[in-house]
Design a protein. Structure first.
Lengths: 236, 265, 448
């Protein structure tokens, strides 16, 4: 789009979006490292993920402050206003992804004290990779203002849900087989659930991108496949 | 990345350009400005905001003694420009105004050519020795005012034939041509449409590199957009003075809060 | 508050296509007001038209004059007795001698061509010539002595009555009652006219010639009056404009606003309202009696008119200075121009069209002013042209409006035509000045 007459406005918008992209990069790395640490049982990497979360949180705060400043001083309208609003939400979503990554790292450290559960790691790795891909694409779609890519990210969430459902059954089986696996499997299950949530957050980012580009939030039901939870625990 | 952004917003508060100390202004019996103390910084845009009749324009005019032309106006206290009291008996207001230029609410180009409008200041102050130097000054002033590209082919056309926004930028160029140190602007955009306003605001932002700019505005949004420092006047008092971001996100005085959120006249 | 609480009935909704009574009344009153306006303007236009019609009707004939063509033999024996063509000697021949030559030439011409009516004596026949005609012939000869001894064809001025005959002012009936002309003379004139020897032609002399005595209306001109008015206008312009403008600028831009300047302001407004004759008395007392300046001189007239014009110029100048937008002054002061620079570089040029219009209107007023000039002796009968300025400013002169007044005071009806003609000349000058005012205004007016 054409530049603003007031170039300081452009600089404000650019800098705040640059911060979001930077935050996206940080969070993506957090997720990759957390998954890698789990996969390779790398305690050091897990520690590093936990420590780096502070930077992500700080960046989110900064983005919120900048967005507030932008709204207060520049009175953005139309697409500028959507930038300001979506930036806040995306930063919030990214911050949550960061938190889940940190939680993964924390549980990884606990899991290191326990015997490995064979068979689940591959599925976990694939699921983490799929979410990484979604997150990366969501951020790319934001950078490129590509609502098609964002819609694609949104559609992919169903695969994550299915992977999670499969893992859920798998962990249930392990726990039924040998009650000694329960602690590890509970941790692993929480990790799987975290990854699934990160997929949801990536989807939410993709929805913000669609809102940013088109001005409308997609209102059709988001594709869901969480049948396990509902089928096995109808009272929830 | 955001370091550049933050750098820009950093105000060099070590360098004070104008310092007002206990300034009082009376119009006849009415006390228009009460006990104003303010330090205006160099290379900074300072905005004066406040409701009508709050004294912000009056105070602006005391900064280059434009109020001298009003016989009933009386000023007490000190206003120091680089440490020198501009209300000192020895100070000639004409000399002062060459250093503290002013741009007015209504674009008021002289009914002369664009060139003559800009060249007028340098001519009367004897800033140039020959035509070539004057041409140079005119060109650079018009460039600083972001008007050069639009008028360079018609410098002999009358300044009054330009559009409102161009006229106001011409007035800014005219003020800039005398190489002032401070530029006072009294609601420079109130007679302009939004696009022209945005152009002038962009210009003000650029002028900050070379001058200390003080702008009076009725539009809080304008103050928010162009300034680094904001002063809120109310009933002749300086209520609050601080960084613009702070004033517009978390003002410390309830009166400022009420004004910028649109709760008092 | 409920609707019942107020006693104001809710307005009834009606169609916009239907005018209600109130609207009709308002429209009617607007129409009436427009009609009043048109009527007022029409009245003014009609008055102007009547004025112009009557003045043009009476005065345009002053720009033509009846002349009699004849061959005159300039007899050297009569005109130059010494035969040396010595100017001093030539000047000794009086108009009487020239008159005789003219009379003889006329009678000879009329007799030769058989135009003499019966019973008309030679002396009476010669009476159709103007008494000014010999003087004109004499001037011609003195200017060119070589003409003596030759026969020249001249067009001699006809008598005012004969002129009147051609302009319809004199008839056979009026001639019977008139001691100055006899019906037989009119017959001769008619015969000469039929023979193509007597005709009207354009009268340059009316504009250039000096005034003439009461018995020679046909020779009276406005030359001295126009010159006198011109000299006075020069004095008014040179004195009133700078003084008036300087005073206005000082009062408007520099003087402190206090009771003293208020007093001056009120007095200037009062001066503008002082009857012009009072200025005449002032001029008589101060310039003539006290300062000892010559009476009837354009200098005194110019000074008096200057005094009279000054308030007008000051008021007009101050008004146009006031009309200069303060934003322009602010702009100049804001970039460090001094007060004087602001005034002379910006305010004065912008006020210039107003100042010039005011000045020209003031001068037009002064040009038409009569009363004060009467008091300082410009009513005197002046036949000699004033010298070129500046000496000429001290020579006696007349003025156009005073000349009108003089003409109307004279008995001969031919002067009525002269007076109207003079009014036309005066009006033309006024119109020219107004056109100049408009043109200057156009030229110097600038947008801001």
């Amino acid at each position: 789009m054409a530049q603003h007459i007031l170039s300081a406005f452009d600089r404000d918008l650019e800098s705040i979006q640059a911060m979001v992209v930077k935050m996206g990069g940080l969070v993506e790395a957090q997720l990759v490292d957390a998954a890698h640490a789990l996969d390779t049982r790398d305690e050091e990497l897990a520690d590093s993920v936990r420590k780096r979360d502070k930077a992500v949180d700080a960046l989110e705060e900064q983005i919120n402050e900048e967005a507030a400043r932008l709204i207060a001083l520049r009175a953005p309208a139309a697409s500028d206003l959507r930038v300001a609003l979506s930036v806040i939400k995306i930063a919030g979503n990214l911050e949550r992804v960061g938190d889940y990554s940190k939680n993964m790292a924390k549980r990884t450290k606990v899991l290191l004290q326990m015997p490995t559960i064979n068979g689940s790691t591959g599925a976990m790795r694939r699921m983490a990779q799929a979410v990484e891909g979604m997150l990366k694409d969501a951020i790319d779609s934001y950078i490129q203002r590509d609502d098609k890519l964002a819609a694609d990210v949104r559609a992919r969430d169903i695969e994550i849900d299915q992977m999670y459902n499969a893992l859920f059954r798998e962990f249930l089986t392990y726990m039924l087989e040998d009650p000694r696996n329960i602690t590890a499997c509970m941790h692993l299950h929480f990790i799987a659930k975290n990854i699934e949530r990160m997929g949801d957050l990536a989807t939410s980012i993709a929805e913000q991108v669609i809102y940013l580009v088109t001005g409308e939030i997609p209102d059709d039901e988001r594709p869901k496949s969480d049948s396990v939870t509902l089928a096995n625990h109808p009272e929830v | 990345m955001n370091d550049m952004r933050l750098m820009e917003r950093v105000v060099d508060d070590t360098r004070i350009k104008i310092s007002a100390k206990d300034v009082q202004v009376w119009y006849g019996d009415s006390h228009a400005i009460k006990d104003v103390n303010i330090d205006i910084l160099d290379k900074t845009v300072t905005a004066f905001i406040g409701p009508s009749g709050c004294g912000k324009s009056t105070f602006l005019r005391t900064l280059n003694r434009m109020n001298d032309t009003i016989p009933i106006c009386r000023v007490e206290g000190e206003i120091l420009l680089d440490g020198e009291n501009i209300y000192d008996r020895k100070v000639d207001p004409v000399q002062l105004r060459a250093r503290v230029g002013m741009v007015f609410q209504k674009p008021n180009p002289f009914p002369k050519s664009i060139y003559d409008n800009v060249a007028y200041g340098p001519r009367i102050h004897g800033l140039t020795r020959n035509k070539a130097e004057l041409d140079e000054v005119v060109e650079s002033a018009l460039k600083k005012a972001a008007l050069w590209k639009e008028v360079k082919d018609r410098l002999t056309a009358p300044g009054t034939g330009l559009s409102g926004g161009q006229q106001q930028r011409l007035c800014i160029a005219r003020a800039v041509a005398t190489s002032p140190e401070v530029l006072l602007m009294d609601e420079p955009c109130s007679a302009l449409d939004p696009i022209a306003t945005a152009q002038v605001e962009e210009l003000i932002d650029e002028l900050r590199e070379n001058f200390s700019v003080v702008i009076v505005t009725h539009s809080m949004q304008q103050a928010a957009r162009v300034s680094q420092k904001t002063a809120f006047f109310h009933m002749g008092n300086l209520v609050e003075y601080g960084d613009t971001t702070q004033i517009f996100t978390k003002p410390s005085d309830p009166r400022t809060e009420s004004y910028i959120t649109g709760r008092i006249g | 508050m409920t609707a019942e609480a107020t006693n104001i009935p809710a307005p009834k909704r009606r169609s916009l296509y239907q005018l209600d009574a109130r609207t009709r009344r308002r429209n009617a009153s607007e129409t009436r007001f427009r009609a009043y306006g048109v009527a007022a303007i029409a009245f003014g236009m009609i008055a102007l038209a009547v004025l112009l019609w009557s003045i043009l009707g009476q005065g345009l004939s002053a720009f033509t004059q009846t002349r009699i063509a004849m061959d005159v033999t300039l007899d050297a024996a009569v005109l130059d007795k010494s035969g040396k063509r010595d100017p001093v000697e030539l000047a000794k021949a009086t108009t009487l001698a020239y008159g005789k030559i003219l009379d003889q030439a006329l009678v000879k011409q009329a007799t030769d061509k058989g135009l003499m009516p019966e019973g008309l004596s030679a002396k009476d026949a010669a009476g159709i010539l103007s008494k000014e005609a010999p003087a004109q012939l004499r001037r011609m000869v003195l200017d060119n002595p070589a003409l003596i001894g030759t026969t020249v064809q001249i067009e001699a001025l006809a008598n005012g009555r004969i002129d009147g005959l051609l302009k319809g002012r004199v008839t056979m009936e009026s001639a019977k009652l008139d001691s100055n002309v006899s019906p037989a003379q009119l017959v001769l004139a008619q015969n000469l006219k039929d023979a193509g020897l007597l005709a009207k032609s354009f009268n340059f002399d009316f504009i250039t010639a000096p005034d003439a005595s009461e018995v020679r209306p046909e020779a009276a001109g406005l030359g001295v009056a126009i010159l006198g008015s011109l000299y006075m206008m020069m004095i008014v312009l040179v004195l009133a404009l700078p003084i008036g403008v300087a005073a206005s600028i000082y009062l408007e831009e520099f003087a402190a606003k206090n009771w003293f300047t208020d007093l001056i302001e009120v007095n200037i407004a009062n001066l503008a309202a002082v009857p012009s004759i009072v200025y005449g008395i002032l001029g008589l007392a101060v310039f003539i009696n006290f300062a000892g300046m010559p009476q009837s001189s354009p200098l005194v007239g110019g000074l008096v008119l200057t005094l009279m014009t000054l308030p007008t110029i000051i008021i007009a100048t101050r008004a146009s200075l006031k009309a200069v937008p303060p934003s322009i002054k602010d702009a100049a002061l804001g970039i460090g121009a001094s007060k004087t620079q602001t005034v002379f570089h910006h305010v004065l040029p912008l006020a210039m069209p107003g100042i010039m219009t005011g000045t020209i209107i003031g001068m037009a007023h002064a040009l038409g002013e009569t009363a004060p000039l009467l008091l300082i002796g410009m009513v005197a009968f002046v036949r000699d042209y004033p010298a070129a300025p500046p000496e000429g400013f001290l020579d006696p002169a007349a003025a156009l409006p005073v000349q009108v007044y003089n003409f109307t005071r004279r008995a001969d009806p031919a002067f009525l035509e002269r007076a109207s003609g003079a009014i036309i000349v005066l009006l033309v000058f006024l119109a020219l000045m107004n056109v100049a005012a408009i043109l200057l205004r156009r030229k110097f007016e600038r947008r801001w």
